[in-house]
Design a protein around this ligand. Structure first.
Ligand code: CMC
Length: 391
């Protein structure tokens, strides 16, 4: 073995070759399978984009309808899964519950997917897309102490998300098309982002040939952290705190710059984007549009804009190329839609699911070796063992 290069956080290491997502951090470019994120967010819907990411091409009408129908077939979740759900305290964080439930799906679907069999692979994809959406909404229903809803086969995937979340027995849920469309767009913007922390986790867990549900469950856990997907919840909590402290954004910018203070400006900075995050640009506009359309006047949006302005003019942020990322404005939209803050990262997970599946599928199809980084050992050299009585 030759000398080992250490690269903490893999800042300069590529882990694989991929044909799924192209990202240029200098230019602020993001493309799925060659299509620009701007065009996809504007013209496509989430299931089309999911199909594109996972299978490599945009579906034609027949393929898309079939995909939607086949996902629907798998939206019934085993009744015994409910016992597991009920074992959680209502106060449990939805991301923890989601990760556990996703892992538990393995118990009810124990047969490993034969990745060389196209039909089996296709079924596994549809099953994951179907069941994950349903259990994601269960995490909220449990928290609220509400009965679980069943998927409505007459409605679309994103519409079903809203119904499964919010319909209560006493009144039918009134679907707001503007909310469904905005959510669809947000899911598209989150759908893949090459080798980010959760996706790398999914690939590395899957590289041991652990099952798809086990790999996705690990991805959910990785996404949960505040430096990754958990940032969307952290941003909203930060904005609320600024608001409750009289809206003094300058004070929080100072705090973020203070190296003695662990506080970071949440929703700011990115490992790859060093110019701007193209998703943030689309989301900022969507935040204005959605709040306008819904007639919501949220003081936190004003605080976010002010904070962005102050930070962007600040030498600390300028010199480090720190810009708002995808998580900076998304929470404000979710909030306007009536989605509680603890569910924000679950929404990110639903959006990221097709990316995780696509990356897992690519990794297995390429027959990649098990992920197993090396290290440089810095500990003790050989030393003699001492009996406990002598220590
Ligand atoms: N506030 C204050 N300082 C920051 C921030 C921030 N949000 N982000 C980076 N810095 C500083 C950091 O302290 C370092 O300064 P110095 O060079 O003086 O030591 C410099 O900028 C470079 O940062 P880094 O930590 O080396 O960069 P990284 O690539 O390891 O981390 C990041 C990227 C996204 C984890 C980080 O920018 C961060 O913690 N941001 C806040 C959390 C956040 O918004 N996460 C969401 C990321 S986007 C979507 C997603 O993954 O979910």
């Amino acid at each position: 073995t030759g000398a080992i290069t250490i690269d903490p956080g893999y800042k300069n290491s590529g882990s694989c070759k991929s044909e799924i997502t192209f990202l240029d951090g200098e230019e602020g470019i993001l493309r799925y399978r060659g299509y620009s994120i701007e065009e996809l967010a504007d013209k496509a819907d989430f299931l089309e984009v999911s199909f594109l990411l996972i299978f490599g091409e945009l579906p034609n009408k027949t393929q898309l309808e079939k995909f939607e129908t086949d996902i629907r077939k798998y939206t019934l979740v085993n009744e015994e899964m409910k016992t597991i759900l009920e074992g959680f305290p209502k106060t449990a964080h939805p991301m923890g519950v989601l990760s556990a439930l996703t892992s538990a799906l393995t118990a009810f679907n124990p047969k490993p997917v034969n990745v060389d069999n196209e039909n089996e692979l296709y079924d596994a994809v549809c099953k994951t897309m179907g069941k994950f959406l349903v259990i994601a909404t269960w995490t909220y229903r449990r928290r609220m102490g509400l009965p679980l809803n069943y998927y409505d086969n007459t409605k679309g995937y994103v519409e079903n998300f809203m119904r499964l979340m919010f319909e209560i027995p006493t009144e039918p849920y009134k679907m707001d098309k503007r909310i469904v469309d905005a959510l669809d767009k947000l899911f598209i913007l989150h759908a893949d982002h090459e080798q980010n922390c959760s996706t790398s986790t999914v690939r590395i867990v899957g590289s041991s040939h652990a099952g798809l549900f086990a790999s996705i469950s690990a991805g959910v856990s990785a996404l949960w952290g505040p430096l990754h997907g958990g940032a969307n919840q952290a941003v909203l909590e930060m904005l609320q705190e600024i608001h409750d402290n009289g809206g003094d954004v300058e004070k929080f910018v100072l705090k973020a710059k203070d190296k003695e203070d662990p506080f970071r400006l949440m929703g700011f900075g990115h490992r790859v984007y060093k110019n701007f995050d193209p998703r943030a640009t689309i989301i900022k506009k969507a935040a204005d549009d959605v709040l306008d359309a819904l007639g919501v006047d949220d003081p936190l949006l004003e605080i976010a804009k002010k904070l962005e302005k102050v930070a962007l003019e600040d030498e600390y942020f300028k010199s480090r190329n720190l810009y708002p990322n995808v998580d900076f404005y998304s929470g404000i939209i979710y909030r306007a839609m009536g989605i509680p803050v603890e569910m924000f990262t679950v929404l990110f997970a639903i959006g990221r699911l097709p990316g995780w599946i696509a990356q897992w599928k690519e990794m297995r199809s390429n027959k990649e070796p098990i992920g197993r980084p090396r290290q440089v050992y810095m500990g003790h050299t050989l030393r003699p063992f001492k009996e406990v009585k002598d220590r």
